[in-house]
Design a protein around this ligand. Structure first.
Ligand code: FES
Length: 173
């Protein structure tokens, strides 16, 4: 069976979406031209755009669901599947490839036991690949959430992941 593009937020996270939309109703006026900023706001908070959120945005902006879904799908920045708490993006552009980004990616995949697009069972990580970050002078590049790490090698990449895990597990501040 073909997998649906859009995914619902699981029932145990419904409170999150309700709280988020209580804030969105205060922050936005519900105008049609606020559609993109609203989509960005939801993705920042939830990590992706669940189906319920898209329908709620359609109600708030009085735009058709088709328009909201269509707009969201048009922009590459939006995601429709859940992601891990930390997004690890490995560059596969030419400059990074030449400097060994494939080996870094393989090492990370083995270490986390996931392939790009999957979430680790603890929900901490998702790996993604990107064509080029535009920082080729620093190749090979890895971006962890919004932080760029350049001139990487495999052991430094693994150290970064371990540091995140330790931080997330609250073992040190
Ligand atoms: S090829 Fe990796 S940043 Fe350009």
């Amino acid at each position: 069976m073909e997998q649906a593009i859009y995914q619902e937020l699981p029932a145990e996270r419904m409170e999150e979406i309700e709280g988020l939309f209580a804030e969105i109703r205060k922050e936005f006026k519900g105008r049609a031209d606020e559609l993109i900023p609203m989509l960005q706001r939801v993705q920042r908070a939830l990590g992706f755009l669940p189906e319920q959120a898209l329908l709620e945005i359609a109600r708030l902006t009085r735009l058709s669901a088709a328009r909201v879904f269509g707009t969201a799908t048009f922009y590459a920045q939006f995601r429709f599947q859940p992601v891990g708490k930390n997004i690890i993006r490995v560059c596969r552009g030419t400059a990074c490839h030449v400097k060994g980004s494939n080996r870094i990616l393989e090492t990370i995949e083995e270490h986390l036991q996931v392939t790009p697009g999957q979430i680790t069972p603890d929900g901490l990580f998702t790996i993604e690949t990107v064509a080029c970050f535009g920082s080729c002078a620093l190749a090979p590049i890895m971006v962890v959430n919004d932080s760029v790490y350049g001139s990487l090698n495999r052991s430094r990449a693994l150290k970064l992941l371990d540091e995140i895990r330790v931080r997330e597990e609250g073992l040190f501040k």
